[in-house]
Design a protein. Structure first.
Length: 265
């Protein structure tokens, strides 16, 4: 069995507010019968509201084996139960990062059922619903904006809509992201082809650092913008390399010192 962190709470010495948050108020009653005077839970993804609770079997002696089996089942992937396009909310977001199922997320601005992109997504959904869960996120909402950043979208530079495939890796607690090539209006064919290539294994997962950074000023070809795509190539050249760190294109000092870098290059 995989090792997981273990914590113990003594209700007699635990503050009432904390027990209430954990929904364990009933354990303050010291007259509970045996078998009901304790609770065993597996909390998933560090969430106090996403848990599985163990129900002891009084008639069985192999409680340890039963509990170990319960832990393994609780750690297993969380499955979506919807057969329709889901709107991103806190519950759906929790399922995305707790599940090991791939999820197709389309980020829109104030999505309406009459929007062209939504219509194309709905048309694609009829072909991919048995393969992948489909979610729509509104980037004008707090949760939509937050998760767009988490899933590698730069709302200042990237055009909306954006389409991603997200899949959580329970073994590393990380999320792999795959991006549909940016297009002003993705069609149902674009979306279904994107999903097909994902399941064929022909997609490379997306890294935010693979995009070229914005440089303070125009520069010569001698200065290489460092990204995840150019990093290994730069190391492979085996030469001493000067790396210049700057804040943004609005950095006056960076603009002033840039000609010196050009000259040094």
């Amino acid at each position: 069995m995989h090792h997981i962190p273990f914590a113990h709470i003594d209700p007699a010495n635990y503050e009432d507010r904390g027990l209430s948050i954990l929904r364990l108020d009933h354990l303050k009653n010291s007259n509970l019968p045996e078998g009901e005077n304790f609770v065993l839970r597996v909390l998933r993804r560090g969430s106090l509201v996403d848990y599985k609770e163990y129900k002891p079997y009084r008639s069985k002696m192999d409680q340890v084996d039963i509990f170990q089996s319960f832990i393994e089942q609780s750690r297993a992937r969380v499955l979506f139960d919807s057969m329709d396009i889901l709107n991103l909310d806190l519950e759906v977001a929790q399922k995305i990062v707790s599940s090991e199922e791939p999820v197709l997320i389309t980020f829109l601005q104030s999505p309406q059922v009459t929007d062209r992109t939504y219509i194309q997504l709905r048309e694609a959904f009829s072909q991919i619903q048995d393969q992948i869960k489909v979610v729509v996120a509104d980037v004008d909402t707090e949760i939509g904006s937050r998760y767009s950043v988490a899933f590698g979208i730069d709302l200042k530079h990237d055009s909306i809509p954006q389409v991603r495939i997200i899949i959580a890796d329970a073994s590393t607690s990380q999320v792999r992201k795959y991006a549909l090539e940016s297009t002003p209006q993705p069609t149902s064919f674009d979306i279904t082809s994107f999903v097909a290539r994902f399941f064929q294994g022909s997609l490379q997962h997306y890294l935010v650092s693979q995009r070229y950074p914005d440089l303070p000023v125009n520069t010569s070809a001698l200065i290489v913008p460092l990204s995840s795509q150019t990093f290994k190539q730069t190391l492979a050249e085996g030469r001493d390399t000067l790396v210049y760190f700057y804040t943004s294109e609005r950095c006056p000092l960076c603009v002033e010192t840039w000609p010196l870098l050009d000259k040094a290059a």
